[in-house]
Design a protein around this ligand. Structure first.
Ligand code: ANZ
Ligand code: ZN
Length: 804
């Protein structure tokens, strides 16, 4: 090997060796560690250096665990169904199966360039019939348990293209393809009853070692609210309007009501004078998405001409229709309390409606409210409830309503059932047969998979049905129950289907009798570490938890939560925005690999910033890492034949180095692990000069610890320094606390009283310094949540209390 750092020769040599002799995964007496990367969607664009970031984190952890004596499962696969491949087929005339296979090949080549310890023998692909057989099997099970059902649902419909559009194809209510205004069309859809699991999905978040921010996003998405349903009589009609409110304490301040445009009483309540205005308003609302409706700045609405009666003070209050109230939340109707609700306040101001304050800060009424008072306080203008705290009034008034038959206490969730069908070609066929005699019949399990047939045209049809509906010989089949003529379901599953359970397949990907054997599941699951982007905080991660709980309930798996620990790597930006091919700020790893090599790129991906934060890519930053490896290379070459007897100085530096790097690794501050290598290599260089020689044990420790980050150069150094085995068969080095400075103590780091890490501190440091260090070590977990309190129990614990 040459004296200068020849990354091309070194990396070529070791990749060939590892291919011939894969890194041994140790035997099954060792503890297991399942390290999972979110599998990619294989786009035609290929991987960029932003994608690499998460994979490098996953690979460094996997290799670290191998060195710690774990048996590691670190698999990779492809989530290959979905809209982009299908749209590509429509525009380019290439079958999605063909274009997807090409993209997969390209992705695999790029992933191999990472030199990650992926176990390719376990590769999966969601478009493989032997895989989606089990995606369909789970659906059949859900159908049999009553969790999959059909329902008429409004879908985005482009009247010009005559096609159903996915939400992402109908941004801002306009068809992406032709620019027409998108309307709604009622179509039969398959739904999954995820709402049945709302409470468990919420409660079990407590068990998870996930970033608090993601847990909060999930609990907000599930959106549990305690409140009451209250009945309002409509004046002059024998009708009642039921509202859902989280604030029964404000009932005396309810000065008008609002119905969602699609509420079933709208037409009945509309007076003849108001009919035209209401009809027009209701139609306009039907063309908007709920997101647009709720987020639009200017409140709009129309008076129906009718009045209701406030059940507590008998006040006559006008009934309006407005699109900021949604049909499918609560009861689709609200009582409006402009004094204490921002949206109602805006609405009342705009339309000149009455504002009555019923809660106040100090027990005295404000002259005129300039904005809604949304805090707790003391009740006023509320008859015999005056003077009590509003928090208490919530309960007292709700009970009063219940006793008098005007209302009842309720719980509401924001979580909706999951619309599970797509009118598309490139997805798993929903395994259902429709028979005129027997109704909706699941395909018998032994007949799975229902293979996706070849079609000539992928174009969505003008009836809103899937392109599959045009293939008569596929659609027409026989009923599995009565044997009579029947038709196949032609809708396909959404892209989320295949990824909701893939982590269960990896341990046993070739099993044809089960989605995975019980033994393999017991051996590997749940996933110990799941690494991926924060953009999956709700949908994918919630669906995967839902699937797991369902499979647990039918006895197919033995655990209720799939991912014990979650890590979200930050995004890589270039010129301030997220890197992507379409934006033209795309840095391909291919060029970087050529110039600097895999080891430098891997290390730079980690060095570029704290792994959980977004970072700005700089092509020149990688130079620094490359220079570091060159320096290390020089050190080895200069001193590899000058091994000296151990001494105290080397002992101290080695211990400190192992301690520092291990703790930083455990705390997941991987960028500081890389700077640790730089720091300690400098110290070793100093010692080598001073003693004109190097200590073997120190050199070995450094090489072993470096190997998860820069595997090629580590192997080369290992060999150069006379070792015959591979560096990956070694054990992670140990440190001895007694050889570190005396005054350091190890303390526990907690979030909300749960152990989340350790930290070694100088016992004499002031409390503030220790808390700062603790927060730094926990930064990933604390990102985006608000800290309520910081507690330090001297020499023992730092507990950070956060709000969820
Ligand atoms: C009266 C009131 C007074 C309200 C007040 C709030 C503050 P969460 O916490 O999100 O569950 N609401 C109920 N159904 C709605 C719907 N279909 N569309 C839009 N808004 C709806 O919010 C519940 C509150 O949101 C309810 O409590 C209701 O307004 C409104 F000072 O009732 B509230
Ligand atoms: Zn039948």
């Amino acid at each position: 090997m040459s004296k200068h750092y020849d990354h091309i020769a070194i990396e070529k040599k070791w990749r060939k060796r590892w291919e011939e002799n894969p890194i041994n995964l140790p035997n099954d007496k060792k503890p297991k560690y399942y390290c999972l990367d979110m599998f990619p969607y294989p786009s035609a664009a290929g991987l960029h250096v932003g994608h690499w970031r998460g994979y490098v984190v996953g690979d460094a952890i996997s290799r670290y665990k191998i060195l710690q004596g774990f048996e590691v499962l670190h698999p990779m696969g492809f989530d290959a169904f979905g809209l982009p491949a299908e749209n590509y087929a429509i525009t380019q005339g290439v079958h999605p199966a063909v274009s997807t296979a090409e993209s997969v090949e390209n992705f695999k080549r790029q992933l191999k360039d990472l030199s990650a310890v992926f176990d390719w023998s376990k590769e999966i692909n969601t478009t493989d019939p032997s895989y989606y057989k089990w995606t369909q099997w789970i659906f059949v099970k859900m159908f049999k348990e009553g969790l999959a059902y059909e329902k008429e649902m409004p879908l985005n419909w482009c009247p010009k293209c005559k096609a159903v559009l996915a939400n992402e194809e109908a941004t801002n209510g306009v068809c992406d393809r032709c620019g027409s205004v998108v309307t709604k069309k009622m179509l039969r859809q398959w739904m999954l009853k995820i709402t049945k699991y709302a409470e468990r999905l919420l409660n079990d978040l407590d068990k998870l070692d996930w970033p608090e921010k993601v847990k909060k996003m999930q609990s907000d998405w599930i959106g549990k609210s305690y409140g009451a349903e209250i009945d309002f009589e409509v004046e002059g009609l024998h009708k009642r309007i039921k509202v859902f409110t989280t604030r029964p304490d404000t009932l005396y301040g309810a000065t008008f009501m609002v119905l969602a445009p699609g509420h079933k009483l709208v037409s009945e309540l509309t007076s003849s004078e108001q009919k035209e205005a209401i009809d027009e308003y209701v139609f306009a609302a039907s063309t908007k998405s709920s997101v647009d409706r709720v987020s639009s700045k200017e409140k709009t609405g129309v008076f129906t001409g009718s009045y209701a009666v406030n059940p507590l003070n008998n006040e006559r209050i006008p009934i309006w229709v407005a699109d900021y109230v949604l049909e499918d939340y609560g009861t689709g109707a609200i009582m409006c309390v402009p004094a204490h609700d921002e949206r109602d306040f805006e609405f009342a101001k705009k339309f000149g409606l009455k504002i009555t304050q019923v809660i106040t800060k100090e027990g005295s009424q404000d002259m005129e409210l300039e904005e809604a008072y949304t805090e707790e306080g003391i009740m006023i203008n509320s008859a015999h409830f005056n003077g009590i705290p509003s928090t208490e009034a919530k309960e007292v008034i709700a009970s009063y309503l219940e006793e008098n038959g005007i209302g009842k206490k309720t719980i509401n969730y924001k979580l909706r059932d999951w619309v599970f069908s797509r009118q598309r070609y490139w997805g798993e066929p929903i395994p259902i047969i429709h028979c005129e005699k027997c109704g909706t019949v699941p395909v018998p399990e032994e007949d799975l998979p229902v293979v996706l047939p070849n079609v000539e045209s992928y174009q969505p049809t003008d009836t809103g049905e899937s392109p599959l509906s045009a293939i008569d010989e596929w659609v027409n089949t026989t009923c599995p129950i009565c044997g009579g003529p029947a038709k196949r379901e032609t809708n396909t599953m959404p892209q989320w289907a295949g990824s909701s359970w893939y982590f269960l397949r990896y341990p046993d990907p070739h099993n044809d009798d089960e989605f995975a054997s019980k033994e393999s599941l017991r051996a590997w699951l749940p996933v110990d570490m799941y690494i991926g982007g924060i953009e999956h905080a709700v949908l994918h991660l919630l669906y995967a938890r839902f699937y797991t709980k369902f499979l647990y309930d039918i006895g197919a798996v033995e655990f209720e939560e799939p991912f014990i620990r979650l890590f979200n790597q930050g995004m890589v930006n270039k010129d301030g925005i997220k890197m992507s091919k379409s934006k033209g700020n795309y840095v391909s790893p291919d060029d970087m690999l050529e110039r600097y090599g895999c080891d430098s790129l891997r290390m730079y991906e980690l060095f570029v910033g704290p792994p959980e934060l977004d970072v700005e890519w700089s092509d020149s930053g990688i130079d620094g890492v490359y220079r570091y490896l060159t320096k290390l290379w020089k050190l080895i070459n200069e001193y590899k034949d000058k091994i000296i007897e151990p001494n105290n100085e080397y002992d101290f530096v080695r211990n400190k180095m192992i301690y520092e790097i291990t703790t930083r690794f455990n705390n997941f501050t991987l960028n500081t692990v890389v700077s640790g290598f730089m720091e300690y290599t400098n110290k070793i260089i100093e010692l080598a000069k001073k003693h004109d020689g190097i200590d073997m044990e120190t050199l070995e420790a450094l090489t072993i610890m470096l190997s998860p980050f820069a595997p090629h150069i580590s192997e080369e150094i290992w060999e150069l320094t006379g070792h015959k085995d591979t560096v990956f068969d070694q054990s992670w080095p140990e440190f001895f606390t007694e050889k570190l400075k005396e005054d350091t103590v190890e303390i526990a780091l907690q979030i909300n009283g749960k152990l989340r890490g350790n930290l070694s501190i100088s016992a004499d440091d002031p409390k503030e310094v220790i808390i700062e260090q603790a927060k730094e070590a926990l930064r990933e977990k604390l990102e985006g949540v608000s800290i309520v309190k910081e507690i330090y129990v001297p020499g023992k614990i730092v507990n950070i209390v956060v709000r969820n």
